[in-house]
Design a protein around this ligand. Structure first.
Ligand SMILES: Cc1cc2nc3c(=O)[nH]c(=O)nc-3n(C[C@H](O)[C@H](O)[C@H](O)COP(=O)(O)O)c2cc1C
Length: 369
C-alpha cells in the first residue's frame, strides 16, 4: 500500500506433526498465503526440545532433519516470489511442564510452575542453540530469522527487571540477546537478515521509557536488520492481542484454565478477565514511533492495524499484521483496490485461544467451535 511495507507477523499455525515437522497442511498454508503477502514471519519454532511450547502442533528448528522438512515450505513460498522469515524461540518459564527452566526461579502467574534456574553454562549453551537454529533456518531456505524476544519468552525473561534477578554476567539484562545476535551473525553471516521482535510495555511491571530506549539503542548498536514492536507476555496473553475474551472457548480449550478448580473459575476468573484491555486500533503505535525515533533500522509496528486509514495515519513505513490475514489472506489485495477497506476481523480472539488446542489455525468469526 503506497510506500508502506506491510508484512504478516509471526502467527502460530498448529500444523506440525508430533515430531515437530511441518506437515503437508503447513506447506499448503504457506503456498496459499504467499500468493497474497510478499513477506511473512513463521509461527514460533522451538530451538530445542526443552524450549518447546505447550502448544500441540509447534514445529521445531533444532535439527538437520527438521530443517530439511522445511525445504518444501520455503520452496512453495519462493515459487510465488515471496519471502519467509523463521521466528525462533525458547519458552523458558512459559510452559506448564514440571521441568521448566527459567532466567530466575520466579514463576509465571499464569503457568504457575516454578522454573529451575538456568546456570551460566546452560545460558551460554542456549545462546548457541539460538545460533544453531538460525543456521538450520538458513539451510532450510528461510530468508532470514526473527529472534522472539517478546511476549515473555526466554529472551524477554532476560530483559525484564521483574524476572531477571541473576547474579552472574546475565544480570546485564541485554547480554543474552546481544550474545545471541552475535552468535547468529557468526554462524549465518551478516547477509542473512536478522530481525528481533520485542514487547514494549508488559502487564507484569511498569513501563520505563529509558529502558525501552536503551533496548532500541542496543539493537541499533548490534545492527539488526529489523525490529518489530509488540507488547505483553503470556501472563496476560489476551493483552498481546486485545479485543474480546471468548470465555466459552477459554473454558473448553485452554488447558491451564480448564484444569483450575470450580471455585477458582467462579471467584478468580472474573478478576482475571478484568485485566484484559479492550481493542483499540494501532495499539502499539506510540512505542513503535518512539523506537523509530532512536534508530534508522526499520521498525515494524504490530497490533491492531485494521484499515488503510490506520496504516496511513501511523506515519510509519513498516507495518505488521496478524489477525487480518487469518481472517482474509487476501486482505492486502482488498486494501490496494480500496484504501478505505476495513478488515473483517472482529477481534473475537477465538483463533488465539484455539492456538493452545490441537486444532490448526483458522478464523472462527466469533463462533466458538
Ligand atoms: C493465532 C495467533 C497466533 C500467534 N502466534 C504468534 C507467534 O507464533 N509468534 C509471535 O511473536 N506472535 C504471535 N502472535 C501475535 C501476533 O504476531 C501479533 O503480535 C498480535 O496478534 C497483534 O497483531 P494483530 O492485531 O494484527 O493481530 C499470534 C497471534 C495470533 C492471533
Amino acid at each position: 500500500m503506497m510506500d508502506v511495507e506491510i508484512i504478516r507477523s509471526a502467527t502460530f499455525e498448529g500444523m506440525a506433526d508430533p515430531h515437530g515437522l511441518p506437515t503437508e497442511r503447513y506447506r499448503r498454508y504457506y503456498a496459499m498465503l504467499s500468493r497474497h503477502v510478499k513477506t511473512m514471519v513463521s509461527g514460533f519454532l522451538f530451538i530445542s526440545e526443552a524450549g518447546r511450547a505447550m502448544h500441540p502442533g509447534q514445529a521445531g528448528m533444532d535439527s538437520a532433519d527438521r530443517a530439511a522438512a522445511f525445504l518444501s515450505v520455503t520452496g512453495a513460498v519462493h515459487a510465488n516470489g515471496a519471502k519467509i522469515i523463521a521466528q525462533i524461540a525458547h519458552v523458558g518459564r512459559q510452559t506448564n511442564r514440571a521441568d521448566a527452566v527459567g532466567v530466575s526461579a520466579k514463576k509465571s502467574p499464569y503457568f504457575d510452575v516454578t522454573p529451575r534456574v538456568l546456570s551460566t553454562d546452560e545460558a551460554d549453551d542456549l545462546v548457541e542453540a539460538f545460533a544453531r537454529a538460525a543456521r538450520f533456518a538458513l539451510e532450510a531456505g528461510f530468508d532470514g530469522v526473527q529472534l522472539h524476544a517478546a511476549h515473555g519468552y526466554l529472551i524477554h525473561q532476560f530483559l525484564l527487571r521483574s524476572i531477571n534477578d541473576r547474579q552472574d554476567c546475565y544480570a546485564d539484562r541485554h547480554l543474552f540477546l546481544k550474545r545471541a545476535i552475535a552468535a547468529v551473525r557468526a554462524r549465518c553471516g551478516t547477509d542473512f537478515p536478522l530481525w528481533v521482535k520485542i514487547s514494549a510495555d508488559v502487564d507484569i511491571e511498569p513501563f520505563v521509557q529509558e529502558d525501552f530506549v536503551h533496548l532500541i539503542e542496543t539493537l541499533d548498536a548490534c545492527r539488526v536488520d529489523a525490529i518489530e514492536v509488540s507488547r505483553g507476555t503470556m501472563d496476560v496473553a489476551l493483552n498481546i492481542f486485545r479485543g474480546a475474551v471468548p470465555l466459552r472457548t477459554v473454558l473448553r480449550f485452554n488447558p491451564i484454565i480448564a484444569a483450575q478448580s470450580l471455585p477458582w473459575k467462579i471467584f478468580r476468573l472474573p478478576f482475571e478477565r478484568m485485566k484484559i484491555k479492550g481493542f483499540s486500533s494501532a495499539y502499539n503505535l506510540a512505542y513503535a514511533k518512539l523506537a523509530q525515533a532512536h534508530t534508522l533500522i526499520p521498525v515494524y509496528a504490530v497490533g491492531g492495524f485494521r484499515s488503510g486509514k490506520d496504516i496511513l495515519a501511523s506515519g510509519l513505513k513498516h507495518i505488521s499484521l496478524c489477525r487480518p490475514f487469518i481472517c482474509e489472506p487476501n486482505f492486502l489485495k482488498k486494501l490496494t483496490a480500496n484504501p478505505a477497506y476495513i478488515s473483517k476481523c472482529i477481534n473475537c480472539n477465538i483463533c488465539a485461544v484455539m492456538a493452545d488446542s490441537d486444532r490448526p489455525l483458522r478464523c472462527y468469526q466469533g463462533k466458538s467451535p
